[in-house]
Write a protein that binds this ligand. Structure first.
Ligand SMILES: Cc1cc2nc3c(=O)[nH]c(=O)nc-3n(C[C@H](O)[C@H](O)[C@H](O)COP(=O)(O)O)c2cc1C
Length: 156
């Protein structure tokens, strides 16, 4: 399989953008992830698929984490936690009950570890949702390798 081409195919699936945050021995860590998905209502479970090569992959082992759903306009924050550190960015870390999170996110979902599954070169981390908060607003989207803003839609 041509992996570049396959990646382009997967890019046809428009997603939101999250930063998965957790505490580590060396401080707080964040990883930009668009593999976030909801899994179950009872119990409330969510999933993120994390590349085994990332630092986050080892940090998330048996560790609580928060999924921060980004707002429209937070592209720089997304890139900061995708391996392009930006010293000028003001990070609004906040201590959650279970995990550190980014205060200016559109939504925050705090989880404790539920189960981790083999996902090939990724690990599928399922989290049990313990706490969440959300606001209405524009979201950050990702499609064909580019960020875009998902507008607020009028309800019909
Ligand atoms: C829009 C976007 C979505 C991403 N989604 C994921 C993802 O779902 N899982 C993943 O492992 N990496 C994803 N990445 C790549 C990681 O953010 C990147 O490898 C990061 O630098 C890993 O950081 P770490 O090694 O410090 O943990 C994504 C990057 C971008 C820009």
């Amino acid at each position: 399989m041509d992996l570049r081409d396959f990646r382009h195919c997967l890019g046809s699936f428009a997603t939101g953008v999250t930063v998965v945050t957790c505490s580590t021995g060396e401080g707080k860590h964040g990883l930009t992830a668009n593999s976030f998905t909801s899994v179950s209502m009872e119990p409330p479970l969510i999933l993120v698929s994390v590349d085994r090569k990332t630092k986050a992959c080892s940090y998330l082992q048996d560790n609580a984490f928060a999924v921060n759903i980004l707002r429209g306009g937070q592209e720089a924050l997304a890139m900061h936690f995708a391996g392009r550190p930006n010293e000028e960015l003001e990070l609004k870390w906040q201590d959650g009950e279970y995990a550190p999170y980014l205060a200016d996110s559109l939504a925050v979902i705090e989880c404790v570890p539920w189960q981790a599954y083999d996902g090939g070169d990724h690990v599928l981390y399922l989290g049990e949702v313990k706490q969440y908060r959300f606001e209405q607003g524009e979201a950050l989207g990702f499609y064909t390798g580019q960020f875009f803003t998902v507008p607020m839609l009028a309800r019909v």
